[in-house]
Design a protein around this ligand. Sequence first.
Ligand code: BES
Ligand code: MN
Ligand code: ZN
Length: 498
Amino acid sequence: MKYFTTTGKASNRASDCVIVGVYNRGKLSAGASDIDTASKGYIQNLIKSGDISSTPGRVTLLNKVPGVKAKRIALAGLGKDGSLDAIGFKKAVAASVKSLLNSKTKEIFNTLTLEPVKNCDPYHLARHSIETVSDTLYRFNQMKSGRKKASMPLSTVTHSINKRSDAANSKRGTKHGDAIAKGVALAKDLGNLPANVCTPNYLAETAKKMAASNTRLTTSILNEAEMENLNMGALLSVTAGATEPGKMIIMQYKGAGSDKPIVLVGKGVTFDTGGISLKPGARMDEMKFDMCGAASVIGVMSAIISIKLDINLTVIVPAVENMPAGNATRPGDIVKSMSGQTIEVLNTDAEGRMILCDALTYARRLKPATIIDVATLTGACVVALGNHRCAIYSNNDDLQDEIFSAAKRSEDLGWPMPMGEQYAAQLKSNFADMANIGGSTAGSVTAACFLGKFTDGMKWAHLDIAGVAWKTGEQKGSTGRPVSLLSEFILSRAGALS
Ligand code: BES
Ligand code: MN
Ligand code: ZN
């Protein structure tokens, strides 16, 4: 995709499609007003005749508008004047692109970036625009045989800006947005691949390939014997019943000399049957998405690499399958984690925390400036927050706030959640240092508290992404979240936002 930024008027452009907007009561966006003037009131006339909807998410496609050079105008509903926010902006861009999917549109000229959008600067508008276009065009066709239906042949996106002094910010948003969109697409691909393809080894090979083409990145892989030597008894208890060997993937990006790294840890359960505590059959196929935490941190690494950010970033992915077998871990088994703490495995389906705790202990030797783990950890999180926001936990209030703000700015939303001794007490075991489950209440919180026992002395946060990592039903597929949120967090840390 090629990108341009311009202060030029849309009405003079021989564009394939100009995206403009209309608010309630027929108030035109800046781009729509330009087209309206050039076409001697064509749009106002349509509005008067009642043919135009200003509802967010609705788009009217206008062909051959007289007096303008563009082939098409996509007129998007923007809702109430003065209350357009990032959600409305993204909705309008997505609906416009959707309306063009069956056309031969090669180029679009987005004038919605001229509009005042709540809490958005030209930088974030360019990013939202690009991330939304890419999200709307994304298709997962690689496992389908036969001729693959191409979506529209879009290859150029132009963004309008109000003044020359906005150009630098808008262009930086473009560069970052493109890198993040590619990271999101990579995370979606990895998530959507079935578990018979996307194995722990497949994730390891993907990470190695990324390092092969980038001198700032090195990837190393630990096999099960090496993890045995490191006493990762908790992780190995999960992979015990699996034929597919477990891996620990470590990707180190060095863009800032000897600075302490930001470390991201992603849950990489390539399939979660529940183990001996077997899951029910309905929708079990969706447990191929149980490596979406891993996919997202690999996606973030891909984005940071293409931006060539001057920062140190390490990505750690404990990758395993959770399978039932004769040699699988049993409920009641007690295992010793790399930290030395013992764990009573009351439920083998609470496997994510078992692999993450050893990854967190391993990460300690890298002396992280900040460590964030990302995991499709609990069904309880979906009950609490639904599919809209991920849960943000931390042992540091400032870090929790920092992530919450990054979530808002990137429109990849989350919500701060509590921790504390009362919740942690639910993990008490009569037989070991702790149990791996905390009873029937506050399941997402007690899972976070379990991880917290392995993070002493580190500035740590945990994102439970169980509700946001993939969609079910007709639209079934990985979302690539929270690549955008984490990229925003890192870009902000690097001082690269403004
Ligand atoms: N991967 C699941 C969590 C999950 C389930 C995410 C459904 C999204 C949809 C995780 O490994 C799991 O099984 N968690 C258990 C924990 C329980 C045994 C304490 C759960 O949530 O039921
Ligand atoms: Mn599980
Ligand atoms: Zn799981």
